[in-house]
Write a protein that binds this ligand. Sequence first.
Ligand SMILES: CCC(=O)SCCNC(=O)CCNC(=O)[C@H](O)C(C)(C)COP(=O)(O)OP(=O)(O)OC[C@H]1O[C@@H](n2cnc3c(N)ncnc32)[C@H](O)[C@@H]1OP(=O)(O)O
Length: 639
Amino acid sequence: MSQSTYESVYRASVEDPERFWLDAAGAVDWVTPPTRALDGSAAPLYRWFPDGELNTCVNAVDRHVAAGHGQRTALIYDSAVLGVQEHISYAQLQERVARFAGALAAQGVRKGDRVLLYMPMIAESVIAMLACARLGAVHSVVFGGFAPKELASRIDDSQPVAIVTASGGVEPKRRIEYLPAIEEALQLSDHAPSAVLVHEREGFTTSVADARERVGAAGGPSWLSWAEAQNDVEPAEPVTVKATDPLYILYTSGTTGKPKGVVRDNGGHAVALTWSMRNIYDVAGGDVMWTASDVGWVVGHSYIVYGPLLAGATTVVYEGKPVGTPDAGAFWKRVEEHGVKVLFTAPTALRAIRKADPEGEFVARYDTSSLQALFVAGERLDPETYHWAARVLGVPVVDHWWQTETGWAICANPFGIEKLPIVAGSPTVPVPGFHVEILDPIGEPLGPGEEGNIAVRLPLPPGTLATLWGNDERFVSSYLSAFPGYYATGDSGYIDENGYVFVMGRTDDVINVSGHRLSTGQMEQIVATHPEVAECAVIGVNDPLKGQRPSGYVVLKTGSQVTQEQLREDLVTMVRSQIGPVADFKDVSVVEALPKTRSGKILRKTMRQMADGEQYVVPSTIEDHSVLEALHAVLAPKR
Ligand SMILES: CCC(=O)SCCNC(=O)CCNC(=O)[C@H](O)C(C)(C)COP(=O)(O)OP(=O)(O)OC[C@H]1O[C@@H](n2cnc3c(N)ncnc32)[C@H](O)[C@@H]1OP(=O)(O)O
């Protein structure tokens, strides 16, 4: 592959995808190797490697031990908030995963069953995910910053047999108790799992014994500590699954309050991630890759857990923040200590470090010579942050663009194939396998430099979403109907004359706050339930640190006496308790009226453009011009 150019590899991938991916499948250990790459019999739903059989955990763990790399470090748990580190070798990981898989099996978890994980950034999160994969069970990890209501909707949708959690998560200024959140979620949900397995951590006030006492009498799931669950159980052997069987469900915000359960299969996922480690990140067995994100996000699934382990590399599980734990040198200290070759984080983390350390003085305190590249994703990398990071680190800073749905990069600089010139503001070129086109509103292809809907021609490559959990129809209507024959990314952008892709923003109400994908529509639904609110709009406005932040504009009911301060406090509490702290909803403005078209549609895009200080064209269908004029003072950016 090292002799290849990006151009030749890309061409091969789109001209004969079946051959391309069947070749790539050779890097994975199969129980039954696939003879066919693609099943298009139910198009537009496609399945990769329909007759292949394997086990993902074997590929991520056992096979490295079998190949004689048992003593190699698989995982480094490094907690900046607790000052604790643990190195786990592949042999130890195999033993711990098999044992925990045995514990899950003892609780009745079988192939195809769902297991919901609500976990902080600790080694046990990775162990629990791999244990599910070992049993052929389907994990569904929920990010710890989500509130019980969000947890409950995921419990009802995925119907887990068991929940795996921990006493809580450690944030820099507080400890977050998870067990009360689980109890509340179980009260809110209709479905009841049969067991809750808890990794008990020191320093938390709630315990398994308390939970058992409180809820035990009322029936419901049995509560067991991690240690109790593993008592007297046999380590579990890997269960062979079909390549097309689901490995995990990961929920992501959609345009309505109901999250979408993205389904990832086993075989396509293993093939795609294995391919990506070598060809995008240039990471191989023995290298250290650190993805500073959270296992609750897709970046964590793909590049904290599965990608590095499938490659036989070492991964870092970091419990801490880029700044404040204790300072802006936290990332560089770990690069030195662990010999990190590739660091992957979100632009918001770099902006936080840059704010605290504009001259890169903390970088200079550490030996970062092991670092060969910094990859970023999760939101657009703004050129100022790109130039700053490239200057202070002195290594390539590579933006790449992907989505929870795709599971890996749609556009990237394929460092393992060919290092293409970096252009600030662009995630470079389509990754082999992703046939990216720009379409106008009726689906006609646009030319170089013309902005439109970014779409990917079907079939999507392996490793991308197979469907939405239990809802093929929603999968088709959400992604495959707007432009028949294409996957609609929901992003707009253009491709320049050199083939570089520029992603400009969402075409729906999804916003990106500190790399967290959220729906303003969902926030609007919550704000609208306040008794004093007549109508409201929530839009995402540009934020120098977080990328975007949600801002609410509220029209009060006639005669309402509520003060702006009281209203703000109420609404912040409501959004925080129904979505979670991660929503970061803090801006509320009371306005006389909202701008609308004559048919009653709120002009959210125009409001956002005003708030961001962009040029805008007032739609000819506006109902009342004076409303927009009156909003100017509230929306115009304060300089
Ligand atoms: C490519 C496909 C993808 O897009 S995958 C998604 C990629 N995104 C990411 O990796 C996320 C990147 N962002 C981050 O890691 C964080 O935002 C960083 C930059 C570290 C900053 O963290 P922090 O200072 O906590 O700010 P924040 O805005 O994230 O937090 C807002 C409030 O939520 C809380 N929170 C955060 N994480 C948790 C958690 N795991 N459990 C419970 N609570 C959490 C924070 O404490 C904060 O709360 P508060 O409002 O201060 O009370």
